[in-house]
Design a protein around this ligand. Structure first.
Ligand code: F6R
Length: 368
């Protein structure tokens, strides 16, 4: 049942190329138009949308952060991302032209469910991104984009997260298509880039052994920082969450630009700092990241850099390098998070923890 793997989580990490491919399947008409099966919101309703609010918890919330970058870039519609547990307590500004997007792998998370119920009382349209057919959140939503990850058994979300990202990109492109934004012409190109992602993810997985070696060298680590910028920032947060929940060690993700505003005080000799480096095509972003890496290294940090293939800028400042396939910056989370999943899974295994059933956690959180 685990296909020869020691954990469901590891099996699910290795299923990601297929899960991503399945989540992309059948989304285009023969004429090349995007078509989303259970969209159920009319083109006019979507054209009227002037604000998107994404609500989710945990890993799904990080998918929402990536979605914000994609939706705003491709559609120019403003997007807020909000933790579901905070949403209804702040009297959010909602009306019929607000599209609320609830991201939930299980479809049963109580915080998220209560948030969409609140949104609907304010006449907002609710779209669910969900992996579980017929679960409560999609049943109570106006529209659904189902991800096709297959059942996720490991408590820590992995293929659930990657397929949520795919659904978020599809939603962003669909909105661009319906609204006729100037990025409408790029839909085809982005779809091709997305369709190439399963092979890229596979290449990262083929290199798992080097990540496992890296984990081996960190079994005595008590604290790890993760840095990222732009779409790499949510990846840093997700990498840190995986390490907390599986290896029970202190891990924190930061937007690299925030370092100098406080967190850099945490850096001391030997502290591992994992850095998600933006693709070289985005030089300004990349160069800023490089200076952040130099800063922490000058203070004794041990830098582990996730860098795209062929980018040798970082080499002088990296104690360890993990190579990523060359992909556009908005899509980079699909490949960059994979080594971080492998790292957390392996470190927890080496530390003797139950990876599939981490202490104190449940697969779906049905209490608020
Ligand atoms: C972390 C993890 C959780 C969930 C969160 C939301 O690995 O799995 O943070 O992402 O509890 O769950 P769903 O997406 O089912 O609403």
């Amino acid at each position: 049942e685990k296909d020869g793997h020691d954990w469901f989580m590891r099996k699910e990490i290795f299923e990601q190329p297929r899960a991503v491919a399945d989540s992309l399947l059948g989304r285009r008409t023969p004429e090349g138009h995007l078509h989303l099966d259970e969209m159920r919101l009319s083109d006019q309703e979507l054209r009227d949308v002037d604000k998107v609010i994404i609500i989710a918890c945990g890993t799904s919330f990080y998918a929402g952060m990536v979605a914000k970058y994609a939706i705003e870039h491709w559609t120019r519609v403003p997007v807020e991302v909000e933790l579901a547990s905070e949403f209804r307590y702040r009297d959010p500004i909602l009306d019929y032209s607000t599209l609320v997007v609830a991201i939930s792998q299980s479809g049963e998370t109580a915080d998220t469910l209560q948030a969409i119920r609140h949104a609907r009382t304010q006449r907002s349209k609710v779209l669910a991104i969900c992996n579980t057919n017929g679960s409560t959140i999609p049943r109570e939503s106006d529209a659904v984009i189902y991800t096709h990850a297959g059942p996720e058994i490991g408590v820590a979300s992995t293929k659930g997260f990657l397929t949520q990202l795919v659904a978020c990109y599809l939603l962003a492109l669909y909105l661009a298509q319906v609204k006729g934004t100037r990025y409408g012409d790029e839909i085809d190109e982005v779809m091709h880039q997305l369709e190439a992602m399963p092979d890229h993810i596979q290449r990262v997985l083929d290199d798992a052994a080097s990540i496992y070696d890296m984990a081996e060298a960190h079994v005595d680590t008590r604290s790890v920082l993760f840095l990222g910028r732009h779409a790499g920032y949510p990846v840093a947060l997700e990498g840190a969450l995986k390490l907390k929940e599986l290896a029970y060690i202190h891990a924190e993700g930061f937007a690299a630009g925030e370092l100098k505003h406080g967190p850099i005080a945490l850096v001391e000799s030997g502290l591992p700092v994992l850095c998600v480096v933006p693709p070289a095509g985005r030089d300004q972003l990349r160069d800023k990241m490089v200076s952040g890496i130099q800063e922490v290294r000058a203070r004794g940090a041990r830098t582990i850099c996730l860098v795209e293939d062929g980018d040798d800028h970082i080499t002088p400042y990296a104690d360890e390098i993990v190579r990523l396939p060359r992909v556009p910056v908005l899509l980079q989370p699909l490949v960059a998070v994979v080594p971080l999943q492998l790292f957390a899974c392996q470190l927890a295994t080496l530390m003797g923890h139950d990876v599939d059933q981490p202490r104190n956690l449940a697969k779906s959180v049905t209490v608020e």
